[in-house]
Design a protein. Structure first.
Length: 644
């Protein structure tokens, strides 16, 4: 057939099928009032961990963990987070345990740390800093904890020891000692052991010193020199400035004094003060937006970073500590139905695609009520597609025959035969899974069909195969009366394809679009309301339209399907005039044919397909499923690849 008969089941037909199957149970649950749609998602860092129907329950759950946030799924609106606002550093070093929500908490922790610096993660610079300013030496030896913020503190600590001197770290000069004159003379007269050398060990003077103070004072006149104990080889003091000011990875200034280094860095944008590879101060933004390996821009605020990053696909936001807190790198999966079993046709169809993830050839069909399977599979196609990475999920149908299907579902032996034959064949072919497309079924077969799918899926999973199922867009007003128990089926299979097309089909009594955008979006909402997980839903999109013939008094006299790829030629040849139709969200074309009738169709274009893709993204669905490959222009796949 020209197009797949995946049509909205007309209400009258449903009622007739129900009557034929003696279905008399009344619908007692208002589907619309039992909305199970998850609307809020909890993330830890950038990873989704759970979804909820209310923001209150989402936030309550998120509070159990660190670095969590809650988003409204539609539109990814950021509602709540427990990310830290302040971070305590100690001379360039911090840890997750030193992160706090409030400044008061940060200050309380900092009060217990000898040298603490508090950073507001959403502003440049630090809000409070205490740095080491003086260091005690005993002879030429010192310890890591012999640094102090004030000279008074250093002197107090030195009081218990002899042969002590104090270096002012901001000037690199000897500013105090507790040696008396006699001790100084003794050291000055001792065997000289201190030399002044370059960084590579080359002596810069011929003189050596017995008294360390003399060596230090002499070295100050020689920039970047070191005072070295020639007996131990230890560098006692260096005259290379400790703090480098960097901007965009380049050193733009060097200082002994952290205070002076900060003052200079603060006059620049995107600057840091670095010592021994550790950042002691910075005004660079804490958050960076990246795309792949490229940093696009940096931000102080999370809000600004998200607003910017959301404009770019496959982007992420990370902290200065390399923690990724947000990303939109998820790709939509793309499936294409072939509508044929002919390998040559399928290869032609697939060859014009880009980014196709799954291909579904029409290989299998229920042949008779005894469970006989019609098999049109071709192992050569599996071999041919293997290098492309495209996964095959062949379609199995029921001939869209309700009587045949009803008889089959009531025969346990037939179902067992069918399942065993199908799963065995799929396993032998080494395909990824199967796509079940049973349509035009009697409402009275609802429970039987669900159990059949349960048995098929159990067998398929046992063979390492996935199962997807095609369900009509339908409507919550009468879905309960059809053969498709959406919630139950979704809980069984791996993926559900929403056949969101044939809103107006060949049997319709009025002209209209195959799938108005608002109708499609409402269908997605209804599927979500059944409680079907978003990552189990793929949105069906039509690569065809329907043209309607209307006589002079406005009566429908016929219709036909048009392929999406043929529309530009048809428009050109017929002189069809298009106007935007706000109801469908598509361009509506009209022309007068040689038969004297007015011909009308709603065009499917790259823009309308993109709009359907946008709906899938808006509701965070797993992907798109297209009926069918070969109907579309090859150029469409460039857009799909870029947007997926």
């Amino acid at each position: 057939m020209l197009i797949r008969n995946k049509k909205q089941i007309v209400f009258a037909l449903v009622i007739a099928l129900q009557a034929g199957c003696a279905m008399t149970t009344a619908v007692t649950v208002d589907a619309a009032s039992a909305d199970q749609t998850t609307k809020y998602r909890v993330y830890q860092n950038d990873k989704a961990i759970k979804e909820f129907t209310t923001s209150t329950s989402a936030i309550a759950y998120a509070k159990q963990f660190t670095y969590t946030h809650v988003e409204k799924i539609t539109g990814r609106e950021w509602l709540w987070d427990n990310f830290p606002h302040f971070k305590v550093y100690e001379n360039g070093v911090s840890s997750p345990g030193r992160e706090f929500a409030t400044l008061a908490e940060a200050k309380q922790f900092a009060s217990k740390v000898k040298f603490a610096q508090i950073r507001d993660l959403e502003k440049p610079g630090f809000v409070q800093s205490v740095y080491p300013a003086y260091r005690i030496y005993q002879g030429d030896k010192t310890l890591a904890n012999w640094s102090f913020a004030t000279l008074a503190e250093a002197k107090k600590a030195a009081a218990a020891y002899g042969n002590i001197h104090i270096i002012d770290l901001s000037t690199n000069q000897w500013v105090w000692d507790n040696l008396n004159v006699t001790q100084e003379e003794v050291q000055r007269a001792s065997t000289p052991v201190y030399s002044i050398e370059a960084a590579d060990g080359t002596p810069l003077t011929d003189k050596t010193y017995g008294y360390l103070l003399d060596a230090i004072r002499a070295s100050l006149a020689l920039p970047n020199s070191n005072v070295v104990n020639t007996l131990t080889g230890a560098v006692v003091q260096t005259n290379k400035p400790s703090f480098d000011v960097t901007q965009s990875g380049r050193v733009v200034g060097s200082y002994y004094s952290i205070t002076k280094a900060i003052a200079f860095a603060n006059s620049l944008s995107g600057a840091s003060v670095v010592k021994d590879g550790l950042t002691w101060w910075t005004n660079t933004p804490y958050l960076s937006v990246t795309q792949g390996d490229n940093v696009l821009r940096s931000f102080h605020t999370r809000k600004g970073a998200i607003q910017f990053a959301s404009q770019y696909s496959n982007s992420s936001i990370s902290t200065a500590d390399a923690r990724v807190i947000w990303d939109n790198t998820k790709e939509l999966k793309l499936l294409g139905w072939n509508g044929t079993a002919r390998t040559n046709s399928i290869m032609t169809q697939v060859s014009q695609t880009q980014g196709l993830d799954y291909d579904s050839p029409s290989w299998f069909e229920l042949a008779s009520a005894d469970g006989t399977l019609s098999d049109y599979s071709d192992p050569a196609l599996v071999t041919a597609l293997a290098p492309s990475g495209i996964k095959l999920t062949p379609l199995v149908s029921n001939q869209f025959d309700s009587k045949l299907t009803s008889a089959f579902l009531r025969d346990d032996a037939a179902k067992t035969k069918f399942i065993n034959t199908l799963v065995g064949k799929l396993k032998a072919l080494h395909v990824a899974g199967v796509n079940v497309d049973f349509e035009m079924m009697a409402g009275g077969d609802r429970a039987l069909y669900t159990e059949f799918i349960r048995s098929l899926t159990k067998a398929a999973h046992g063979a390492g195969l996935t199962v997807s199922i095609d369900l009509p867009r339908g409507d919550v007003k009468w879905d309960e009366k059809t053969a498709f128990d959406h919630n139950a089926l979704a809980g069984i299979v791996d993926m559900v394809m929403i056949m969101a097309y044939d809103q107006h089909w060949t049997g319709s009594t009025e002209a209209g679009s195959v799938a108005e955008l608002s109708w499609v979006e409402e269908g997605v909402k209804q599927f979500l309301a059944y409680g079907i997980p978003r990552d189990k839903l793929m949105l069906g999109v039509p690569f065809y339209v329907r043209e309607w013939s209307i006589d002079a008094i406005g009566n429908l006299v016929g219709n036909r399907a048009l392929l999406m790829g043929d529309l530009p030629t048809i428009i050109q040849q017929t002189g069809a005039v298009g106007t935007y139709d706000p109801i469908s969200g598509q361009n509506k074309y009209k022309y007068t044919g040689s038969d004297g009738y007015t011909h009308v169709f709603w065009a499917e274009t790259a823009d309308s397909v993109k709009a359907r893709l946008t709906i899938a993204k808006k509701y965070d669905l797993a992907g798109l499923a297209a009926w069918r490959l070969g109907y579309e222009p090859a150029s469409l796949w460039t857009m799909l690849l870029q947007q997926k």
